[in-house]
Structure formats: C-alpha cells, structure tokens
Design a protein around this ligand. Structure first.
Ligand code: THU
Length: 143
C-alpha cells in the first residue's frame, strides 16, 4: 500500500524524531557512537539502540534491536525504519549513517518492502536499493 507524499513525510518526521530521542539511551562506551532506530510495523512504533559489549564483536546495532522488538510484538508488516547517529565525527555527514551490511541482511529478510529514512536525506531508501541480490534460503522465506 502506498501512502500520500504528505503521509510519508509525516511518518519520516515522526520516526526520525523518535530515533533521535532514543539514541541518547544507546550503550556505546567503546565506540562512543550512539545510534537510535525507530521502526513502524502494523501501525505501531518500535525502538532500538546500539548495545555494545566489551567483547566487541557481540555488539548489537540499533536497527536489529528495533526489528527484533517489532518481531517480538508480532507487529507486521514492517513498513518503515528511521535511523539517527548522534555522534557523527567531525567532517562526517548524517546521511552517511546508513545501515551496516548485517542490518541490511536483516532488513531484506524481515522488512523487504520497508522504506529506510536517515537524517539529512529527504527521500527514503528502499531495502532492495541498499542490498540488491540479498542472500535468502529459498525454502525458508515466508510470505
Ligand atoms: N551501529 C549501529 O547501531 N547501526 C549501524 O548500522 C552501524 C553501526 C553501531 C554499532 C556500534 O555500536 C557503533 O555503531 C559503531 O560501529
């Protein structure tokens, strides 16, 4: 279902605002880079932040935290995800805070039709633009 440009703009504004607010609660003592995500699914909003660990490779990204919350609530379809990085390095640009490769794979599986909004860019990205030719096990894909 496609929404009017006005409705899309309202969702973008709302989700980016929530993502920015929750990013302040990120647990990022190692990288110092706090990220917040807000997912819209089935008309509800779910939040996530990055949660790091002293065993660095176990760190969880904000997007996957928010996607997992939506899945746990049984909310679907996942239609939008907004992402905000609070601690953009000097000289960096907010629009470069895009989902990492692992999160794109999660999006391809859990939210293939979702629109991804990031700060500093009006237009949303489609998941298929961010990860064309995603890996999938043909037999396991549910409709
Ligand atoms: N991070 C995210 O939360 N989402 C991304 O898509 C990129 C990276 C987090 C992981 C880590 O806690 C910090 O940003 C620095 O990489």
């Amino acid at each position: 279902m496609s929404l009017s440009p006005e409705d899309e703009a309202a969702i973008r504004t709302r989700l980016l605002k929530i993502a920015r607010q929750v990013a302040a609660r990120a647990y990022a003592p190692y990288s110092g880079f706090r990220v917040g995500a807000a997912v819209q699914a089935g008309g509800q909003v779910f939040i996530g932040v990055n949660v790091e660990n002293s065993s660095y490779g176990l760190s969880l990204c904000a997007e996957r935290a928010a996607l997992a919350a939506a899945v746990a609530a049984g909310a679907h379809p996942i239609t939008h995800l907004a992402l905000v990085g609070l601690d953009i390095p000097v000289g960096g640009r907010p629009e470069d805070c895009l989902p990492c490769g692992a999160c794109r794979q999660w999006l391809a599986e859990l939210a293939p039709e979702a629109i991804i909004y990031i700060e500093g860019r009006e237009a949303g990205w489609r998941v298929k633009e961010l990860l064309p030719l995603a890996f999938q096990l043909k037999d396991s894909r549910k409709t």
